[in-house]
Design a protein around this ligand. Structure first.
Ligand code: BG6
Length: 531
């Protein structure tokens, strides 16, 4: 539940804040494996366009798209990418001059990446692009925008081809960096195997495992909120925090991704990565400095402190469910088992709620409730830190109706922060004999309102970071494995113990009744995030 009372706005202390300065990328060629796929069209191209618009890529930046389509030429690839940009909802219109500049930098080569011999075709095009450049400027960024089933053969073939040599130090030039999309593995074992393989071929400093939630402005702001202000940190522990709720709700269904989702389910799709990232940033200790390794060290410690779920504790701490048909935005939508490419008897969960505990000094005994689902009422992701009620309330009957203070970090939409607290309603006297009227108010900080601009989409931030060599917002090998260690027992238990009747929730609701019961046992309720 949100406070629902009057709202007080928080504004920046300077009237108009100029956009933050961002570093410009090194010259490089970005090789996109899977350049004709959905990710490349929907996320990567708009991010590249935007980076060019903001003059953040170098004049020598080029993109070499690689895909299987043998009929595709440079020109038809450019036409496809232009179409992708014009239909993108990440950018507002395609500027002709900018497109002309970008278009010249796009090239395409058809290759079957499962065949080692096809890498020489990629090599030839790369050589054409890099011809005449000083060697130290021939930096290469390989982006694996391909299904996880082909990660292994591709990284192996890529390394063998000699196109992506291992570098000894992060400072070596030219650099070679490999970006690997999620999901990184489908279990702890497969993630370990993939890490062993990748790190046998490339150095950790060359490997960028992407989790786009880390590119979201509010997620990054979590560290600033916590560690650049002195008022929150003293309260950020078991003494003052009653519980934490982390929600990543979506109103979309599985769309055209039924096949993938049947393999993944909500735990692999959202918990192993996005939700556990939000949890570790919320719960971590202050790092000694803001370096990639220092931040990641602290996140790993949190992940390793999460109490393991066991077959004995899973039922009392978790809920899984599937959406049935319902109404969203006035339109009737299908249930999960009626979606294309989904087994009508599927027991893959599209919703999960989990109660986790972090067994360390700071958080001992504080429940972290995590939930995520498709086809929920609204698209909203947030972290809500609920503080304890004051130890003694002396406001007569009103005391019983007071709500505990809650600090909400809204990841999306309307990125911002709100703090809910109680105030005295004007008029009535504060006297021991009377019931003082008290009302909740929200103190609001909204990014767009305060800074006059919507934050850069996550892929834009992350792509620039790869080109700069900034790895803080990418997950390290041990971090990925530590996150798998948390969800692996749950996945194994659920997959080995199919429910006799899968709990369901109507599309357009906030999830199954069972999720409410899970949290109500502790005397709390899920917030209804308003977005
Ligand atoms: C992706 C998942 O990682 O995150 C999708 O695979 C999900 O299923 C998406 O829809 C949610 O991202 P966002 O940025 O829309 O919250």
């Amino acid at each position: 539940m949100s406070g629902g009372g009057p709202v007080i706005s928080a504004r920046p202390t300077t009237a108009v804040h100029p956009p933050a300065k961002r570093d410009r990328a090194d010259p490089c060629t970005m090789v996109i494996f899977g350049a004709l796929g959905d990710l490349s069209r929907r996320k990567l191209m708009p991010a590249i366009y935007q980076l060019m618009k903001e003059h953040l890529v170098d004049e020598r930046f080029c993109v070499l798209g690689v895909g299987r389509d043998e009929t595709m030429t440079d020109d038809s690839f450019r036409a496809e990418m232009h179409k992708a940009l014009t239909t993108s909802d990440e950018i507002r219109g395609v500027d002709k001059e900018l497109w002309d500049a970008l278009c010249k930098r796009l090239a395409f080569v058809s290759a079957d990446l499962s065949k080692p011999e096809d890498y020489s075709l990629v090599g030839q095009r790369l050589a054409d692009i890099e011809r005449g450049r000083p060697r130290e400027e021939c930096n290469r960024l390989f982006y694996l925008a391909v299904p996880p089933s082909v990660f292994e053969p591709i990284v192996t073939n890529l390394a063998k081809s000699g196109l992506a040599p291992r570098t000894r130090t992060p400072d070596e030039r030219p650099w070679v960096r490999i970006v690997i999309e999620k999901p990184f593995g489908r279990s702890l074992e497969s993630a370990q195997h993939l890490n062993d393989l990748v790190l046998g071929l490339f150095a950790e400093h060359q490997t960028y495992r992407i989790d786009h939630y880390l590119g979201k402005e509010t997620v990054q702001n979590l560290l600033v909120l916590r560690f650049a202000n002195s008022i929150f940190e003293p309260l950020w522990n078991r003494q003052w925090v009653h519980h934490v709720q982390i929600t990543a709700a979506e109103n979309v269904g599985v769309e055209e991704r039924g096949k993938y989702y049947e393999e993944a389910g909500v735990v692999r799709d959202m918990f192993q990565n996005h939700l556990l990232q939000l949890l570790s940033l919320t719960a971590m200790e202050p790092p000694p400095q803001m370096s990639a390794n220092a931040v990641r060290d602290e996140k790993v410690k949190v992940l390793k402190s999460i109490r393991w779920l066991t077959p004995e504790t899973i039922n009392e701490n978790t809920v899984r469910a599937q959406y049935t048909g319902g109404v969203i935005g006035g339109k009737h939508v299908h249930g999960y088992t009626e979606e294309p490419d989904v087994d009508p008897d599927s027991s893959i969960p599209t919703f999960a709620a989990v109660r986790l505990f972090i067994d360390n000094w700071r958080w001992n005994g504080v429940p972290f409730y995590l939930r995520s689902g498709k086809r929920l009422k609204n698209r909203v992701s947030e972290i809500a830190v609920q503080f304890r009620t004051p130890p003694h309330l002396m406001f007569g009957e009103t005391s019983g109706t007071m709500r505990p203070n809650t600090l909400v970090l809204r990841v999306q939409p309307n990125e911002g922060i709100s703090l809910n607290f109680e105030v005295k309603v004007p008029g009535a006297a504060v006297a021991l004999t009377s019931n003082v009227e008290i009302a909740p108010v929200d103190m609001e900080f909204n990014y767009a309102e305060a800074f006059g601009e919507v934050a850069a989409p996550a892929y834009e931030t992350l792509l620039l970071d790869v080109m700069i060599g900034e790895a803080t917002l990418f997950t390290r090998s041990d971090e990925v494995e530590a996150a798998w260690r948390v969800v692996d027992p749950l996945l194994r238990y659920w997959e080995g113990n199919k429910p006799k009747r899968m709990p369901t929730y109507a599309a357009g609701s906030w999830g199954p009744r069972e999720a409410d019961e899970l949290i109500e046992q502790d005397g709390v309720e899920w917030r209804e995030p308003t977005g």
